[in-house]
Ligand binder design. Structure first.
Ligand code: ZN
Ligand code: ZN
Length: 267
């Protein structure tokens, strides 16, 4: 039988801002365009993979982001005890994707070779490049390497049937996206390959870029990997919450991405 994973998007934080901050060439209208922050869970019966680890309350205060709900509380809301999680996929090492360093004491961390080289190497000598990284997150990952808790990948990798990783780079050098087999077809968790639907659909990069050509090529790659544009999930777009059905009836910011969208993604 073909695998049919469930996918959950769990919002944990929020940042009000205007549109000019979200495009490399600014935005003439500059209306409100807030960011949401998510972690994702891929579930197959009793087995699950957590995609990205978010940041904690201290980091939210330091960077002046609104923590909506701690990541551990979001996971617990869908029945996952972080202490029991065995596999964590890190899309890339930015502070909002690789924090909460102590939250998953048993987990193996899946990471691209290029991302670890990027965030421990020469690029971090430049303030502009290292600004979205936190040294403690990087140090924690080095610590896991020395405890056999990091699984390095180089390009494409299969974690389980119907669950694969793909390095796309662009935003960071080793950014990877996750392709998942679901009942509605192949879904791609694009993470920061597309912060917003608009970055991707309008080919207008978000201002944090390591390599602009690679960033633009990544759009083609995620379109190849997904069954349709409705199968691509941006990393920070609040519209994801209005597009997809709730996982729990009373919780507005945990949604199911393996079910058909209910709203208009291009609105
Ligand atoms: Zn990022
Ligand atoms: Zn991000």
């Amino acid at each position: 039988m073909d695998p049919r994973y469930e996918i959950y998007a769990i919002r944990y934080a929020h940042l009000p801002r205007t549109a000019r901050h979200n495009f490399i060439d600014g935005d003439a209208h500059d209306g409100p365009m807030p960011l949401d922050y998510f972690v994702w869970v891929i579930r197959d019966g009793g087995r699950h993979w957590v995609v990205d680890t978010g940041f904690d309350a201290a980091m939210a205060a330091q960077r002046r982001r609104q923590l909506i709900r701690p990541v551990e509380a979001g996971l617990e809301a869908i029945g996952i005890d972080p202490a029991g999680v065995e596999d964590v996929i890190i899309s890339h090492m930015h502070y909002d994707h690789a924090g909460n360093q102590q939250l998953f004491p048993r987990a193996r961390y899946h990471l691209q070779d290029e991302e670890m080289a990027f965030c421990t190497g020469r690029a971090m000598c430049h303030g502009l490049m290292r600004a979205p990284f936190d040294a403690a997150d990087v140090q924690a990952m080095v610590g896991r390497v020395f405890k056999d808790r990091v699984v390095f990948h180089d390009g494409d990798a299969e974690l389980a049937p119907g669950l694969t990783l793909h390095r796309v780079g662009g935003h960071t050098r080793g950014l990877q996206v996750v392709r998942v087999a679901t009942r509605r077809g192949w879904v791609v968790l694009a993470s920061d390959a597309a912060h917003f639907y608009a970055n991707w659909r309008q080919r207008r990069p978000f201002p944090i870029v390591e390599n602009i050509t690679a960033y633009l090529e990544a759009f083609r790659r995620i379109e190849q990997l997904a069954d349709s544009p409705r199968h691509v999930i941006p990393g920070h777009d609040p519209r994801v919450l209005s597009c997809y059905p709730r996982a729990l009836p009373d919780v507005a910011d945990i949604v199911r991405l393996d079910l058909d969208p209910v709203g208009d993604q291009d609105a």
